[in-house]
Design a protein around this ligand. Structure first.
Ligand code: EPU
Length: 348
């Protein structure tokens, strides 16, 4: 009885397939689904779920989420909390508070229009703003950890609203506490970024330099960088609306020098990037391509020809298909190069 009363008051839907909630268009059902448009709504939904003994999962645009065929046996809350306001201006920079449910690319567009630098290279990344710190989104030389000051969140463990500083977030390459030690604990309600009132200056990320050279662009504005990134991404990455995908399906890998050297001996042209001390980052797209998998169709999943890091759901009918394709790619790369690549999107 209590359950039905709460479900109808809070406008909760039941049994919604994750194929409708994720850009990969796969996955079993969400037992309950609700939307939160204010912090209070989000807190109320959490408290009611707890009262009913239900687990909670927060989602945004579903662009970095893979769900198994059994779905989620609990309450899924779609974060739609809005907001965009300047909370501090010190002359050289502005600090901006952004509601977690705001579309990320609209936030980038707005900051570029305002002449604020720091996230222009993160243009055209799908998803909502509150998801950006979870995987520490990064592209073309920027990552959100470079500009983030703090996040506001609901702490489901202590039932309080909290502020988590940059240090608290524990950022590293495509990682934070939100997908590590604190996974499932915090629901991010707002992110706060410090952006600078300045124009971008060279040197730019290689692909952007190339774009500027080809178009003979010498007026390096924020809008020019944003346009360059949008064009480069459009050419390399499939539109999730037309071709279901989750962006990079694999992370680039960080290996020890000796492991990279073993590959370089046989493939001296392999691109690699120096990390701290004895580590190098290797592009997984190169490994998959060199293992002759680019363009292949495995279990209904197409390895994208524009960038082999991306898997497109062409005709897969279940998570099991995706998992079979993923495992085949991982083991083919391991057999050829003796390194283990890892999935990038969160999986539940
Ligand atoms: N490469 C290949 N074959 C491929 C893909 C890449 O040989 O199929 C080589 C490229 O030639 C280049 C190197 O790998 O030498 C790096 O490629 P690229 O600059 O295209 O970037 P990436 O490492 O494949 C990462 C991010 C992207 C981000 C780009 C640009 C990850 C997992 N992916 O890709 O992020 O847009 O850099 O900065 O770090 C995403 O996360 O969804 C995403 C698209």
């Amino acid at each position: 009885m209590l359950q039905f009363a709460i479900l109808s008051i809070m406008n909760i839907k039941t049994n919604i397939p994750f194929s409708e909630l994720t850009t990969m268009k796969l996955g079993g059902p969400a037992k309950f689904l609700a939307e939160a448009t204010t912090v209070q709504e989000l807190v109320d939904l959490y408290r009611n779920a707890k009262r009913l003994g239900q687990r909670v999962l927060i989602i945004g645009g579903g662009s970095n989420l893979i769900v198994k065929d059994k779905g989620f046996d609990g309450l899924v809350i779609k974060n739609r909390i809005p907001g965009f306001s300047v909370i501090e201006d010190d002359g050289a920079s502005q600090t901006i508070k952004i509601g977690a449910g705001e579309d990320w690319d609209s936030v980038v567009a707005r900051s570029v229009d305002m002449g604020l630098s720091g996230i222009e290279a993160l243009s055209a990344i799908p998803g909502v703003s509150g998801a950006a710190p979870i995987q520490n989104i990064g592209a073309y030389g920027q990552e959100i950890a470079d500009t983030l000051v703090y996040v506001e969140a609901y702490d489901s463990q202590t039932d309080t609203l909290v502020k988590l500083s940059w240090e608290d977030c524990g950022f590293s390459y495509r990682h934070s506490i939100f997908r590590g030690s604190a996974q499932g604990r915090f629901a991010i309600t707002a992110i706060v970024l410090k952006l600078y009132k300045k124009s971008p200056t060279p040197p730019f990320y290689a692909a952007i330099e190339k774009y500027f050279e080809e178009l003979a662009i010498t007026d390096y504005t924020l809008a020019a960088v944003r346009n360059a990134v949008i064009t480069i991404r459009t050419n390399k990455l499939p539109d999730p609306v037309q071709h279901p995908n989750s962006g990079s399906f694999f992370k680039n890998i960080v290996v020890e020098k000796w492991q990279a050297n073993a590959i370089l001996e046989k493939y001296p042209d392999m691109p690699s990037y120096k990390m701290d001390g004895d580590h190098l980052k290797i592009p997984t797209g190169w490994l998959i391509e060199t293992a002759d998998l680019k363009g292949e169709l495995l279990h209904g999943m197409r390895i994208h020809t524009g960038n082999a890091l991306v898997l497109i759901n062409e005709s897969a009918t279940s998570y099991a298909d995706l998992a079979a394709a993923r495992d085949e790619i991982i083991s083919t790369v391991r057999d050829k190069f003796q390194v283990t690549i890892e999935q990038e999107p969160l999986e539940i």
